[in-house]
Write a protein that binds this ligand. Structure first.
Ligand code: SER
Length: 958
């Protein structure tokens, strides 16, 4: 029986037993912070089990895309391990329980109409004390007792070992069904979990019976297919074997199942399939969390190829076969095939680029360890290896294990933390938290959202929560407590947040990238300022503080959204859809949304694109978006069946799970997106739109930031004002700004150079020579508009490498600098050109040596020592002392003594030590050359006098 047929039969069978067929949840459930990937069919029903949502059905059946990496080392080695797999499941939410679950499982497996497995080839296990399940198997199904094993919590509880080890949350004993092939070992094919407890805390007495008993069953599709097809391993079933064969063809080796290469090819097939499914959902290889897992899988697959002699990207060539095999249940895979292959190829090329060097480094680490008789790979070295050569620690650890070496995981973690990099490890799946908000959620189930129609409404307070600080030693923990009323807090508790839950609210809770609303709630005896609104399942939580009086549970309050802020959020949300449209028009359909953040009059939009968007494209995208906004058009929201929305051409994002029916937002006749957010009524109301940046987020993902409405208008005003300020300051026209700014920068550079050389240049004026003075009224650019001005400003800012809005200040600063430099140059010139020969000529004769003591105003301080050298090169028996000032409070002194005088006992260091205190400073140096700083330029005269006197007293040197 083919795999696709088994899946179909399973869903049909349980549909016949009153189950609703629910589509697979996405592989990466962004809504669930406790897991990186969907680990089991039950994951999408966690809140159903806990009674936290209104149930639309009490029986469901699914074929769920899952990904687990816990047993990754076994993939390819054993017959049944995978990373990606599909899990068939049937679920009961407080409806049927053990009896039906067991009877139906047996019927599906053994009945001629369904899988028709020989009952004699099946055995089962139950939890130690689960007599109820054992009796059903024995008395009702008719299994003899020797075919019913009773096993402990690590085999027959789900999650495994939950009573003792956790996690907290729903759990229960389970019963597993095993298939015994004619030859070969038994294989577990189906796990029936009787979800009947809510684990809370450690044993004993930690299993609280749930009010409603549930069923959660899971049957690995690939395993049951292997069973039905008599395959010795899952990798040989009809949908996987062709992928293994494709891998063999691409690698260029024969697939020999028992060989080491056979294992490698199976690993490659598994990993490419998993990565194809994940990248399709826009989870690209990256540095963190689920993206890191995908990177690890791909790099691990590359390593397998490398071991078989490959040195060029090859995995991407296997993608078409994966899609051929997986597109019957998931036809949408076809539309992203090229993108997926390209992403895989890029990641492969990157890794191949450093793999050889990385492996060589590993070898050198191993041999150094051998020399030092060490048996554990150091974590810090592994962290460095990942950062330098991109070799994930898990790969390194695997290679180490093959050599019987251990791996220092805590050390690795510490080293990565130090680099600020997270390892991408997932957290253990928990079944939900149990704080007071969760209690409210269980009671209320959902908040009615009124915010599409209005921004103010009345609602009933259904729960109040106060954050309280609990101080234990030096640490402060924040706890949440349910309250019957909330009051104004003392100022020192102001950091603690308060939460209000209403039965209905106009406040939008953060979701779909749109931020939560702010505003206030007014009750009969108090007022609550809402700073943010967040969702917990379907319950909306208003976060903020009581600002007056008290808010009590059960009260009716008016909820008033900050309308001005909401309007600004509407503008940017609608603009996000226009931008999405413009991106696709200009870059192609692959430029799909990968994430967004919509705040008041500003938006951040991440999308798939492998390279940077060129300035020409970016400008075309901006132009098109603006044209669409200016042309106007109605923005309409409509609730319709998902299928109908698809037909209407609504943009669907892969990896996004949509409700059915869905809400579709149409703008004019050009944009249709499924969206739960708030929008303007008419697209022209966005008022203004401007792209402010385009950058990379991670490989294959780009980010555009844009502004709208009031923010965009204010930005335009500031850029125009800055442009005018520059034209006035530099007396140029707008188009001349870039050139004038560059000329000014050039002038500063030139002046600095002249000062260093100590020479005046006739070309130095007080403004760029190339720019002709103009009247400031002549600033208009012919036919100019804001975007032309922005372009001019961007070009000019680019020349100085400053942000556009800092350009005017930078220009002003450069003008001030020019003036200061010119002044110094003038001083220097006034002091006359420094002529070494003349100085020597005019030197004072002290005994049998020459003494040169002088102030050199305006000289570049760096020139003092070279000047001393010049003099010493020209004559012997000379002592030189120079002083100069810099600004109002800095003095620099330099003393130099020729070598023969040093030999006769003179010291520049002693000399300067004597003099420096006079100018309020200190310093020293060697006998031949010394330098000192000071603070008082007014004392330079007396300092030089003292310098002279000091040496005059030493004229009779030996
Ligand atoms: N949750 C159980 C499992 O994953 C049964 O679906 O095995």
């Amino acid at each position: 029986m083919k795999t696709n047929e088994i899946r179909q039969k399973y869903l049909e069978f349980f549909q016949g037993k009153g189950h609703t067929i629910v589509p697979s949840d996405v592989l990466v459930p962004k809504w669930d912070k406790t897991v990186l990937f969907t680990p089991a069919g039950m994951n999408q029903f966690k809140d159903h089990f806990l009674g936290k949502v209104t149930l639309e059905y009490t029986r469901a059946t699914t074929s769920q895309k899952c990904l687990r990496t816990g047993d990754i080392e076994n993939v390819g080695r054993t017959a049944y391990h995978h990373t990606f797999f599909e899990m068939l499941g049937n679920f009961s939410f407080g409806d049927y329980f053990k009896r039906e679950a067991i009877h139906w499982a047996w019927e599906f497996l053994t009945d001629k109409q369904w899988l028709a497995i020989n009952p004699n080839q099946l055995t089962v296990s139950v939890y130690l004390d689960d007599d109820e399940a054992a009796n059903i198997w024995h008395n009702e199904i008719g299994l003899s007792l020797d075919r019913i094993a009773r096993l402990g919590e690590h085999d027959n509880f789900w999650p495994a070992g939950a009573p003792t080890d956790g996690p907290d949350g729903v759990c229960g004993p389970c019963s597993e069904i095993f298939f015994h092939p004619e030859n070969g070992p038994e294989c577990e094919i189906w796990n029936l979990v009787f979800t009947q407890f809510n684990r809370q805390g450690d044993p004993p007495n930690n299993l609280i019976p749930l009010p409603n008993k549930n069923i959660d069953t899971g049957m690995g599709l690939e395993r049951i297919a292997a069973t039905m097809q008599g395959a010795s391993t899952n990798f040989h079933i009809d949908t996987l074997r062709p992928i293994v064969d494709a891998a063999a063809a691409v690698v260029g080796v024969k697939y020999d199942p028992l060989s080491e290469n056979g294992r490698r090819l199976r690993r490659i097939a598994d990993h490419v399939r998993a990565c194809t499914m994940a990248i399709h959902e826009n989870v690209y290889p990256g540095a963190n969390k689920e993206e890191y897992v995908i990177r690890r899988l791909l790099r691990r697959a590359v390593l397998q190829g490398h071991e078989m002699g490959l040195r060029e990207p090859f995995l991407f060539q296997i993608v078409p076969e994966v899609i051929a095999q997986m597109s019957q249940p998931y036809p949408e895979l076809r539309s992203t095939a090229d993108r997926v292959a390209q992403v895989i190829k890029n990641e492969e090329s990157n890794f191949f680029g450093s793999l050889d060097d990385g492996l060589a480094k590993i070898e050198s680490i191993f041999s150094a360890m051998q020399t030092a008789h060490e048996t554990t790979v150091r974590g810090a070295e592994a962290a460095e290896l990942y950062q330098t050569f991109g070799i994930p620690a898990e790969l390194f650890a695997g290679i180490a294990e093959d050599r019987n070496l251990k791996f220092d995981w805590p050390g690795y973690q510490a080293a990565m933390d130090q680099h600020g990099v997270t390892s991408g490890k997932g957290s253990k799946g928990v079944m939900g938290d149990f704080g007071p908000i969760d209690d409210i959620k269980r009671e209320l189930k959902s908040t009615e959202f009124l915010g599409y129609e209005s921004t103010s409404a009345t609602g009933l307070v259904r729960g109040l929560v106060q954050q309280v600080a609990e101080t234990k030693g030096p640490e402060t923990n924040w706890l949440q407590r349910r309250q019957s009323e909330l009051a104004v807090q003392t100022p020192d508790a102001a950091a603690a947040e308060q939460f209000v839950v209403l039965d209905r609210t106009p406040f939008y809770a953060e979701s779909g990238g749109q931020v939560g609303d702010s505003g206030f709630l007014v009750g009969p005896a108090g007022k609550f300022a809402v700073t943010d609104t967040q969702k917990n399942g379907d319950v909306f939580v208003h976060l903020g503080h009581v600002t007056e009086g008290v808010i009590r549970d059960g009260e009716r309050v008016s909820a008033v959204v900050d309308e001005q802020r909401r309007d600004a959020i509407r503008r940017s949300h609608s603009a996000t859809h226009v931008l999405h449209y413009a991106l696709q028009q200009n870059l192609g359909e692959h430029a799909q949304q990968r994430g967004s953040k919509v705040v008041e009059d500003a938006l951040r939009f991440d999308f798939s694109n492998l390279t940077a968007v060129s300035p020409a494209h970016l400008s075309a995208i901006e132009k098109l978006a603006i044209a669409k906004i200016e042309a106007g058009g109605a923005v309409a929201a409509e609730i319709l069946p998902l299928e109908q929305a698809k037909q209407a051409g609504a943009m669907m994002l892969f990896g996004e799970k949509y409700p059915d029916p869905v809400r579709m937002i149409s703008i004019g006749d050009f944009s249709k997106e499924l969206c739960g957010g708030n929008h303007v009524k008419e697209i022209g109301d966005v008022l203004s739109f401007e792209i402010v940046s385009e950058e990379s987020v991670s490989s294959g993902t780009r980010r555009i930031q844009a502004i709208t409405g009031a923010k965009a208008i204010e930005n335009q005003r500031r850029i125009i004002a800055a442009a005018i300020r520059i034209t006035e300051n530099l007396s140029v026209t707008l188009p001349e700004i870039p050139m004038a700014v560059a000329a000014l920068a050039e002038q500063v550079k030139l002046l600095k150079k002249q000062l260093t050389l100590g020479k005046e240049s006739s070309s130095v004026g007080n403004r760029p020579a190339s720019v002709v003075a103009r009247n400031s009224t002549e600033i208009a650019v012919e036919g100019s508009n804001y975007f032309a001005i922005r372009e001019i400003m961007r070009t000019a800012a680019g020349r100085l490498n400053v942000p556009v809005l800092e350009l005017a200040d930078r220009v002003a600063a450069m003008q001030a600098e020019t003036q200061a430099l010119q002044k110094r140059l003038e001083q220097l010139n006034a002091a006359g050109e420094i002529n070494v020969d003349e100085m020597i000529e005019k030197a004072e004769i002290v005994g049998d040596f020459k003494l040169i003591v002088a102030e050199l105003p305006g000289i570049d301080p760096n020139q003092l020592k070279p000047l001393v050298d010049q003099i010493r090169k020209k004559i012997n028996s000379v002592a030189v002392f120079f002083a100069t000032s810099q600004g109002a409070d800095k003095v620099l002194l330099v003393a130099g003594i020729s070598r023969d005088l040093v030999e006769r006992g003179l010291s520049a260091g002693d000399w300067i030590k004597e003099v420096a205190p006079i100018v309020g400073g200190g310093g020293g140096g060697k006998a031949d050359l010394a330098q000192a700083g000071g603070k008082d330029p007014a004392k330079i005269g007396s300092a030089l006098e003292a310098a002279r006197t000091f040496l005059q007293g030493r004229k009779y040197l030996k």
